[in-house]
Every structure is written in C-alpha cells, then in structure tokens.
Design a protein around this ligand. Structure first.
Ligand code: AQP
Length: 333
C-alpha cells in the first residue's frame, strides 16, 4: 500500500494554546493512520521571524516537542523533529524564494498583521516566511497539511509554488491540500473575541495554554469577554459567546444547535463553567503525560534524533532532485 504523507509544524514562539490544540494538534494525532506517514516538526526557524530570547527559544522548542508527544504524536507512526536539525528546509527555501513573486508575498494577511504587531522589526524573514513554509511542505512530498484557518492562505501559496515549479522543471512536487477542522478552525482570543487566540499575545488572559492548571483555565474562561445581552446564540455578530460555544462543541462533540438549546435562558455563567470543565477533562491527562515526559530527557532526545534522521533522508532526496532539475548540481563528469 502506498502511504500518503502528512506534514505540519508549530512554532515555539510561546506556550502552545487551546487554539493550536483544536486547530492543529488534535488533527495531527488523528491523522496518524495505517495508510499515511506523518512528519511533524517544531518550526523554530519560523519562530525567529519575531524577536526571541535565545535561551527561552531553546527551552520552548524542547518543551513543545514533549507536548506534541503528550498530545498523542506516536514516534512509530510519525517522524517528530526540530526544523533546524534538518538543513534541507533552508536549502530548498532559497530555490523556492527565486520562484516566488513579491506580489504573492505582499498579499499574505499574516505578514500584514505581524508587521503591525512588530513594527520595529519588519524583517525579510517575516516577509518570506511563507516560502520557508512551502519548503517545509514540499520537501516531504506531503499530500495533507493539517492547519488552522489562519494558515490556509500559506498552504494555498505552497500549492501555487509547487504547480509553477512542476510546470517549469517537470513534476518534482506533490501538490498539497490543507485539512482544516470545520468547527474550531479559528479559536478567538478570550479578551478580544474579534482577534485570533495567539500564543505570542502579551496578555496571558487572552489564551488558554495547554499547560494551564485547571484552576487557571476556569478563571480565564470565567473572565472571558462576551457581551451585555446575556443571550446564548451562535452568531458571528456575537463573537464572544459564539467562541465559547465553538470551544464547548469541539470538546463535547455536540453541534452548535444542541449547545444553544442546552444553555438557552441560563446566561453566560453556566456556559463558561461547562466549557472550562470540558476543556479541563481533555487537557488534564495530556498535562500529566507532559510533566512525565519532561523528565525523560534520554527518551526525548532519541525520538528527536530518530525523527530528524528520517526527515533528512526524505528531504535530501527531494533537494537533490530539485538541484538537478534547476541546474545546480554542477557535477564534473
Ligand atoms: N486560534 C487558533 N485557532 C485554531 N488554530 C490555530 N492555530 C494557531 N492559532 C489558532 C494553528 O496552530 C498551528 C500552529 O501555529 P503556528 O505555530 O504555526 O503559528 P500561528 O499560526 O501564527 O499561531 P499562533 O498561536 O498565533 O502563533 P504566534 O502567536 O507565534 O503567531 C497552525 O496550524 C495554526 O493554524
């Protein structure tokens, strides 16, 4: 049976959040099936597109890897690795940079958003981030890319880059498809529900960290911004309560209609406590496993070394093929 490839990554740019979990990590784990092989990386090269403290970046990178294992990434079914351990990512990114138009990168909404948030550091890496992401994907000939809604535009650009390269140089790449959850593809900030929940948000009350203690999770949900109407409705015009209902549904498997009927006429307090209970029930076992894994340094190192070796072997084949197609292998015969 020919296995299809799944690829995704997560930046260690903060403590991983409930948004990362619902939008991506849960799907990463579910996609590990017999007819697929998965490559999952901690995308530390992407993280330095915004300023990072070196020591904190190193620590968060390893913590993120342990958290991915705790969330169900199985090293027998997936290669779990650190992006900077596989040099082919940057090597392919250079070639793809030369086949990507400035106009395409100018259209990326994440660049516009992050340029505003980091106005003192609008660097070239922030601008070309989507090209590195295309390299991450195309290196492994990935068919499926499980991501949240915010990354859809970047996966679409990776598709365009692959199609263009294949047209110019022959079929070097599989053209990937994003996999985005129908519900929970964009979990919103708890302090401003018109904004995406983000791990690099300076206000810790805006996000639930996967590692937050149960009492902290309850407190953050209780403080979540809603509105003054007190009516339970799943309605984009009411982003606060709609966000809480979406989270409740993704953790209970209920539909928005069922959730609205369950809490109708009861104000927001009951819904907030029920959301917190559902989230805590799923996150607590992950947190316990995460704490255990943090002490298993030898195991973590061996998983990451094996994952990088496996990733490198696939990635090298793609890069060698690309260099040959583009005329960059320059071997003296
Ligand atoms: N709020 C969210 N809802 C659903 N999915 C989300 N993702 C991120 N935020 C949400 C998905 O998580 C995966 C990993 O994200 P990333 O590390 O690549 O960075 P990001 O998309 O820029 O996410 P953050 O948390 O907002 O990071 P910072 O603050 O560093 O920019 C992706 O699949 C993403 O879609």
């Amino acid at each position: 049976m020919e296995k299809k490839t799944v690829l995704s990554g997560i930046q260690p740019s903060g403590i991983l959040t409930l948004g990362n979990y619902v939008g991506a990590l849960r799907n990463w784990s579910l996609l590990q099936q017999d007819d697929r092989f998965c490559y999952y990386c901690v995308a530390n090269l992407h993280a330095i597109t915004v300023k990072q403290d070196a020591e904190a970046l190193n620590r968060r990178t390893l913590e993120a890897a342990a958290l991915l294992l705790a969330c169900g990434i199985d090293p027998k079914r997936s290669a779990l690795f650190i992006q900077s351990h596989v040099k082919e990512h940057t090597e392919l990114a250079w070639v793809l940079n030369c086949g990507t138009y400035i106009g395409e990168l100018n259209r990326m909404t994440q660049f516009k958003d992050k340029s505003q948030r980091h106005a003192d550091n609008i660097n070239a890496g922030l601008f070309t981030y989507p090209v590195l992401m295309a390299a991450d994907i195309l290196l492994y000939q990935a068919s499926y890319i499980p991501v949240g809604k915010d990354q859809k535009q970047h996966v679409e650009l990776a598709r365009d880059i692959a199609i263009r390269f294949n047209k110019n140089y022959g079929d070097a790449f599989i053209v990937p498809e994003p996999i985005i959850p129908k519900l929970g593809g964009k979990i919103m900030s708890l302090t401003d529900p018109t904004k995406k929940m983000s791990k690099s948000d300076p206000n810790p009350n805006s996000y639930i960290a996967i590692t937050d203690e149960p009492s902290v999770i309850l407190k953050k949900f209780k403080r979540a911004v809603t509105d003054s109407e007190g009516i339970i409705a799943y309605d984009p015009e009411r982003p606060g309560v709609t966000n809480l209902l979406s989270i409740y549904c993704t953790f209970t498997g209920k539909t928005p209609e069922e959730a609205v009927a369950e809490f109708a006429g009861q104000g927001y307090g009951k819904l907030k406590t029920a959301v917190a209970d559902a989230v805590i029930a799923e996150l607590e076992p992950i947190q316990n496993e995460y704490k255990r894994l943090l002490d298993e340094k030898t195991y973590l190192k061996s998983v990451l070394d094996d994952g990088a070796a496996q990733a490198r072997s696939t990635a090298r084949k793609t890069v060698d093929d690309v260099l040959r197609r583009v005329g960059l292998d320059a071997t003296v015969m």
